[in-house]
Unconditional design. Sequence first.
Length: 51
Amino acid sequence: MTYLDVGKCQTSWTSPLRLLERDADAISCLTSSITDPTNSDFVFCWPLQGP
């Protein structure tokens, strides 16, 4: 696991949000932060479900 650059970070949020817009049954999540991937495996995310 590695850190994302700004462009990949934006894509990692945009894609799931678009999926949720298109599919009311979709389930996804947004990764909000990650600790140092070389020393830890903690990822913080927001689970989301379509309206």
